[in-house]
Design a protein around this ligand. Structure first.
Ligand code: URQ
Ligand code: ZN
Ligand code: ZN
Length: 480
């Protein structure tokens, strides 16, 4: 593959920012330093006045997910292409077996779907039921397929919800295998009951969605999952932390030395629950996702969590349904397919609201949009770093560039944009994937099928949570 020299920029990694050129060859970074010469025939990008950062990693997407009776409209090509247009060069998506379905069988199905990806991708595999076969499949997936994380939905009763028996058995198995358990933390039993209570009040519109899943529904589940992980001595990663109750649960556990990690969606950082009271059904329904967007006050708490290091990654949960799909819930909000987009907008929204506001330094931005996800899912520094030997996945970031986000400007196949009308300062001018220019000043050159499946090794023997209370147990029997 051709050489590519990115010249004159400021390289930003999670640990520091410094003036350097970046030389790429055969999909890898081969030199980082000042005054690099362009090999004959190399493509040269002038990055003067711009930042050169590791390509974004979105650790939470659902391309072409079959869900709630329909299928998310962005597939692995259109979804990853949209990501490249926004500076995101890798995703970690989800294999979600139906209950009683073999995990391995579902994994191979998703692998087939993802062949068309334009960018590199990995998978978390969801454990939606329990059996000895599930236990065995988890071992095969870790030892042979490069899976090192398992997802557990604590919501979605009568669909993919895990009970405590499954959580306990699967977390224990994950620890044995050196794999990270992750959770969608909402108490699905409470949601199920509250949905009926809200409906009984005659509320059928999207405004019923947040009423049926108040913050403590998430706080309870986050606390429960964290406690189970503590007793079992396994680390845990909480996806889409949306509210104070869940963020506090994580901060409390971390303050006690427990290995708990939290992810925040770009949408939850800048949107609030007023969206559900929009008079237009389609607009309100377009924002129906779980956990819901929260009352004002929660957003600032999430920002503080990222600034303090109590929350580590950002994602989008990109799971896009169009207006006609959302209309399935026209007369019953519980039938509105849950999911929103964001993969193209995440970096610009977080840069504009996070760096331009002074909340985050450029290096902290890199940490929460790329490096921390690479570290937590064990693909650092192959991903998440501008350094010699790393994959040449990069974004050249123009801090003075500006753009107004809109469904008319997006590359997603969705017909709505939850950031509609938001003007951001700081946008990608170039995206590089596997050492190739795939986005150049508005011109998207994504190639279907170019993306690679990224295997993620299991974690080492020290992979455990700091055992706290459970160490106080006296493991030896008392002689009587
Ligand atoms: O819960 C998830 O993460 C999936 C089903 C996407 N939908 C959503 O509302 N977050
Ligand atoms: Zn979820
Ligand atoms: Zn999700």
């Amino acid at each position: 593959m051709a050489n590519l020299l990115i010249r004159g920029g400021t390289v930003v990694n999670a640990d520091r920012a410094f003036r350097a050129d970046v030389l790429c060859q055969d999909g890898k970074i081969i030199a980082v330093g000042e005054g690099l010469q362009a090999p004959t025939g190399a493509t040269v990008v002038d990055a003067g006045g711009q930042y050169v950062m590791p390509g974004g990693i979105d650790p939470h997407t659902h391309m072409q997910l079959p869900f709630m009776g329909t299928v998310a409209v962005d597939d692995f090509f259109t979804g990853t292409a949209a990501g490249l247009a926004g500076g995101t060069t890798s995703i970690i998506d989800f294999v979600i077996p139906s209950p009683q379905q073999s995990l391995l069988e579902a994994y191979h199905t998703w692998r087939g779907w993802a062949e068309k990806s334009a960018a590199d991708y990995g998978f978390h595999v969801a454990v939606t039921w329990w059996s000895e076969g599930v236990r065995e499949d988890m071992g095969t997936l870790v030892q042979q397929e490069g899976i090192n994380s398992f997802k557990h939905f604590m919501a979605y009763k009568n669909a993919i919800m895990c009970d405590d028996e499954t959580l306990v058995n699967s977390f224990k198995r994950a620890l044995e295998l050196g794999a990270m358990p992750t959770v969608h933390a909402e108490n699905g039993e409470l949601v199920f009951l509250l949905q009926k209570e809200v409906a009984a009040m005659g509320i059928t519109g999207p405004e019923g969605h947040p009423l049926s899943r108040p913050p403590m529904v998430e706080g309870e589940a986050a606390n429960r999952a964290i406690a189970i992980a503590d007793v079992l001595g396994v680390p845990i990663y909480v996806v889409h932390v949306s509210c104070i109750e869940a963020a506090e649960a994580i901060a409390r556990a971390r303050a006690r030395g427990q290995r708990v990690y939290g992810e925040v969606l770009a949408g939850h950082l800048v949107l609030d629950d007023s969206v559900y009271r929009h008079p237009d059904f389609a607009t309100a329904a377009a924002h129906v996702m779980s956990p819901p967007f929260r009352p004002t006050g929660n957003q600032e708490f999430l920002w503080r969590g990222l600034q303090s290091g109590n929350l580590q990654t950002t994602a989008t949960d990109h799971c896009v349904f169009c207006a006609e799909q959302k209309a399935a819930g026209k007369n019953d909000f519980t039938k509105i397919p849950n999911g929103c987009g964001g993969i193209e907008e995440r970096l610009a929204v977080i840069w504009d609201a996070g760096v331009n506001s002074g909340r985050l330094t450029p290096s902290e931005f890199v940490a929460i949009t790329s490096a921390n996800a690479a570290k937590l899912f064990n693909i650092y520094p192959q991903k998440g770093s501008v350094s010699v030997g790393a994959d040449a996945d990069l974004v050249v970031w123009d801090p003075q560039g500006s753009k107004t986000l809109s469904s008319k400007a997006q590359h997603s196949k969705g017909d709505f944009n939850i950031f509609e009308g938001r003007t951001v300062r700081g946008i990608p001018s170039h995206t590089v994937s596997q050492g190739e220019l795939v986005f150049v000043q508005g011109d998207l050159r994504a190639v279907q099928g170019k993306g690679r499946y990224i295997k993620r090794p299991a974690f080492g023997p020290n992979f455990t949570a700091t055992k706290l209370r459970s160490e106080s147990l006296t493991p030896t029997p008392v002689a009587r």
